[in-house]
Every structure is written in C-alpha cells, then in structure tokens.
Design a protein around this ligand. Structure first.
Ligand SMILES: Cc1cc2nc3c(=O)[nH]c(=O)nc-3n(C[C@H](O)[C@H](O)[C@H](O)COP(=O)(O)O)c2cc1C
Ligand code: SF4
Length: 503
C-alpha cells in the first residue's frame, strides 16, 4: 500500500517529517507492506500534514504522530478522496496539476503524468511558432506586471546576439505568497521544462533561476532536479536528443525585496549591488551581462509546459476578458482555510474570501483584504464583487500582482497598515531615486502626524503619494501609494479615530 506525505516546507513546518517517519516505523512493526512516497503539497495548508492513503488517495489531516496507529488500523476519520475536498474540487489545476500528486524528483513519475510532452512538441516546432503558441494562449506574467509573455519572448527572439539567457525570477518577496516555492518543491521539472521551451523559442542556451535564500528546501530540490534533468538528457548539449542545447543553474539571492525587480535582480545575478537599472534598455534587449534576456516569474515559465502540451486554445478557453487561463491564488493572513487555490480568472474576491477561505480564523468579520503583496491595495467588503482579472482590479485602484491575498479581521488598524507600507518601502528602497528613498521616510513621519491628530497632514500625505506614484523609477516607490491611499480612502474612520484619541 502506498502512503503519501508531503515534503513541502509548509507541511514540514507542521510536522510532516515526523509523521512520515512514524508511519514507516509503525508499519514495519506491524509487518505492513507500506511504500512511503513524499510528494509536494496539495495546497490545503490548514489540513497539513495531509496524509493520503492508497491509489484512490484517501485524505487524512492534519495528522499527528499520535494519530498514526489509528491511521494504520483504518480507524482514523478522514476526508474521503482528496480530490473531493471542496477546496480542491472547486479548482482548475493546470499549472499545479502534478503538484502534490507525484514524487517531485521522480522523472518517470513526471513523464507518467504528462511531463515533457510540451518540450517534445516544442522541439518539433520553429522558435517563431512556439512564441506564437505562447502569445495565442494569452499567458501574462505572473510576477506582478501582467505583461504578455509571448510578446516579451518575441522581443528576445528578434534580438541579434551571440548569447541569450532565460532568467527565472524566483525571488518571491510579496507578502502572503508561496506559489513559486510550492511548485519548485512539488514539481520542479515543470519549471525546468518551461525554461527549456523558452530557451528553444528565443534561441537562448543558458538559464538561471534566481532563488531567494529563505527557501532552503526549494533550493535543495531545484538543485537536485537540475542534476537529474541533465543526467537524463532533458538539459544539456542535446535537449531530449535534439539539436537544441539548453542548460541551467540555480543562483541564490541574499534577500532583498527589491532584488525581485527584474533589473535589480540582474545586477544581483551579476554579483553587483541590487540596485534598479533605468529602462530602456529593456532586459529583453540588454539584460544579463548586457545580452538579450527573458526574465520571467516561476509561475509564468511553469505554465508554459501545459500550454505546449494541451495547446494555446485549451489555455485561452479559461479566463475573463484579457486575463486568460488560470491564476494560482495564494490565500493567507487571518483565514480559516489558507492555501493555494488555482482557478480560472473571473472568480469574485468575496467568493474567494468568504466561501473558499471560509472567512477569518478568528471568526470575526473580515475588514480588509490586501491583494498583490505589499504594493497592493486594501479592498473593503464593498468591493468584494471585483472579479479576479488584471483590468478589473486595475479599475478598482488595485492590482493582482503575484496573486497573494492577505485577509484582515475587524481588529486591524488601517492607519497602522498604511504606516507599515511606507516603512516597508523605506527599509527596502534601493535608494536610486529620491521620491522613494526620501518620500517613504517622509511618508512614515506624515502618517504619524495624522495619528497625532494633525488633519492638515492628510493633504500632505496625498500629495506625497502622488509624487511617489508619478516620480519613482520602479514600482516599489511607485506603487507604495496603493496600500496607503486605499487604507485612507476606504477606512477613513481609522484615521479619524486616531485623531479623536489624540485630542
Ligand atoms: C519591487 C519589486 C519587486 C518585485 N518582486 C518580484 C518577485 O519577487 N518575483 C517576480 O517574479 N517578479 C517580481 N517583480 C516583477 C519583476 O520586475 C518582473 O516584472 C517579473 O519578474 C517579470 O516576469 P513575468 O513577466 O513572468 O511576471 C517585482 C517588481 C518590483 C518593482
Ligand atoms: S522606486 Fe525605490 S526601489 Fe525603485 S528605483 Fe527608486 S529608490 Fe530604488
């Protein structure tokens, strides 16, 4: 009998290793024939460690070491088949189809679940046709900006150079986000396959994954996966025995939010200080070491294999407006059911928060939801009918970013959150431009003045936010006004209350 236990770092943090060891030990004592398979996570973090038993994957969780005897005796109450759990059953898993299903480092398991079909197909196509397929799918960058992936690839493909690069942005610095980590830990070959397809499409023979140092498990798994892929001929001088060469390395960043910004990342990758570069030139034309470079987020690249496997139309058929395909939404903060929820674009924010996430963990009313990381706007309940879509969120003064959703209950102090946004910007600013470097510090001071009851400071804060938005070189300074102004606009009472308290 096969028993599956996640090796994902979230599951491990909740005791998965000890549970796996206890299962193996106690099964041996009972003379049970158990094969332990370590997988990625299914993304239902509140059920971790989630143990699955047998070929039909009966789910149990959260399982403790003390539960193991009952589990092996068939006496532990479970959730039925894992795919029938409502949180899972309501998803459309394209990018994450294999995550939690397979052993992440078993290339045969990967192939058995549709792996390498996309790469094999790409090898038989011209670079231009691959780029066209990705463009037709409607895939847009999942790192934050939502730029069409195929158009970026087309620019790199059209550039003339002796060397081009594929750089995967695995810095994943947004608050409440973990999709990149999850796929790297749960299905690393998908990212490797996506990068190889990108390389063939644009004529790049070398790739780098810039991975944050805070993800030791992902680093470890990715490094092992690259070695396996190389030894199996997926990477190297002849990709899957073809005339195409593509190889890659994992590089570990030292940890700075701004190093997720693509030009800062490239500086860091080159061994320089992580300072933002002015654009133009675009990285697509002058990127890593001055050569044409595709910089894409993990999820953007990891979605390419399924597009190549099932075709652009299949992917394009999901979604809303100009937001095509699926989006792996990460639900975090004060929620009853946190985790990864991959769905076609279009689901209203409120459905996600109230139904899928089950409201707050504290049981108190939801007050605000921050979508898109530390640079994303706060959404009040009045805006919960906003459907997940790039343009739809933009229309509400917000952004989807890397699709992190952080939920707050009614005890949240929104003036405090606005202050935190400015403080975060001040701490993480690369210092290159004045509106961000100085503005964020002045922003903290101005919010403190509001907190002390200085009403005139509200106008100064608004003016400062306009300056930061319009005058900053990159989105760190440019988008910090989103959380600040949305907090002020939607929760004026929190700012007024402070004033009254001070009076
Ligand atoms: C301050 C800042 C931090 C960023 N952090 C990340 C990050 O951690 N991961 C990421 O993929 N993109 C991040 N981005 C966006 C990247 O600059 C870039 O748009 C992205 O890597 C392009 O890939 P995509 O088109 O696949 O989204 C950040 C941008 C800014 C301004
Ligand atoms: S906005 Fe901030 S992080 Fe971006 S370039 Fe200017 S100083 Fe650097």
């Amino acid at each position: 009998m096969k028993i599956y236990v996640p090796l994902d770092s979230a599951a491990k943090a909740l005791g998965a290793d000890a549970v796996a060891d206890a299962i193996v030990e106690q099964a041996a004592k009972r003379g049970l024939d158990v094969e332990m398979v370590r997988t990625g996570t299914r993304g239902m973090i509140w059920l971790e460690p989630l143990v699955e038993v047998g070929e039909d994957r009966q789910a149990f969780g959260p399982v403790t070491v003390a539960d193991v005897p009952a589990l092996l005796d068939g006496k532990l109450k479970g959730h039925g088949k894992v795919t029938d759990i409502p949180f899972f059953a309501k998803q459309t898993r394209l990018t994450f189809a294999r995550c939690g299903v397979i052993d992440p480092l078993d290339l045969d398991d990967y192939r058995a679940h549709g792996g390498l079909v996309g790469l094999q197909r790409a090898i038989g196509m011209t670079g231009a046709d691959i780029v066209a397929e990705v463009t037709d799918s409607g895939l847009r960058g999942r790192g934050g900006a939502g730029f069409p992936t195929g158009i970026k690839w087309n620019t790199v493909a059209g550039a003339q150079a002796d060397q081009k690069y594929i750089v995967c942005n695995a810095d994943e610095g947004d608050s409440g986000t973990f999709a990149d980590r999850m796929i790297m830990e749960g299905d690393p070959f998908t990212l490797i396959e996506g990068m190889a397809i990108a390389g063939i499409a644009v004529g790049a023979t070398k790739g780098y994954v810039y991975l944050r140092s805070e993800y030791p498990d992902a680093i470890n798994i990715m490094q092992q996966a690259v070695v396996i892929a190389r030894e199996s001929g997926v990477l190297g001088a002849a990709v899957l025995g073809s005339d195409y060469a593509f190889d890659m390395e994992i590089r570990v960043g030292a940890g700075a939010y701004v190093c997720g910004e693509e030009t800062s990342l490239l500086n860091s990758l080159e061994g320089k200080r992580g300072v933002v570069r002015a654009k133009p030139p675009l990285p697509a034309l002058e990127g890593f070491l001055g050569k044409p470079t595709v910089v894409n987020n993990v999820i953007s690249l990891a979605t390419v294999p399924v597009i190549m496997e099932k075709g652009a139309q299949h992917y394009q058929d999901f979604g809303l407006g100009r937001s095509r395909g699926t989006i792996p939404i990460q639900i975090a903060g004060n929620v009853a059911q946190g985790g990864l929820f991959e769905a076609a674009f279009g689901m209203p924010l409120g459905e996600l928060v109230d139904d899928i996430a089950g409201g707050t963990a504290t049981g108190r009313p939801v007050k605000a939801v921050q979508v898109g990381g530390p640079l994303g706007a706060y959404f009040p309940r009045e805006k919960f009918d906003t459907p997940f879509g790039y343009e739809e969120f933009d229309g509400q003064g917000g952004l989807i970013g890397h699709a992190g959703v952080v939920v707050f209950d009614d005890s949240a102090d929104m003036l405090g959150m606005a202050r935190f946004a400015m403080e975060f910007c001040a701490v993480e600013s690369c210092g290159k431009c004045t509106p961000c470097r100085i503005g964020a510090v002045r922003g903290v001071e101005t919010i403190d003045r509001i907190g002390r009851g200085d009403t005139a400071a509200v106008e100064i804060l608004t003016d400062l936010c306009d300056t930061m938005r319009d005058g900053s070189l990159c989105a760190l300074g440019g988008f910090t006004p989103f959380p600040v102004m949305s907090a002020l606009r939607h929760f004026p009472d929190d700012f007024a209350t402070k004033k009254e308290a001070a009076e």
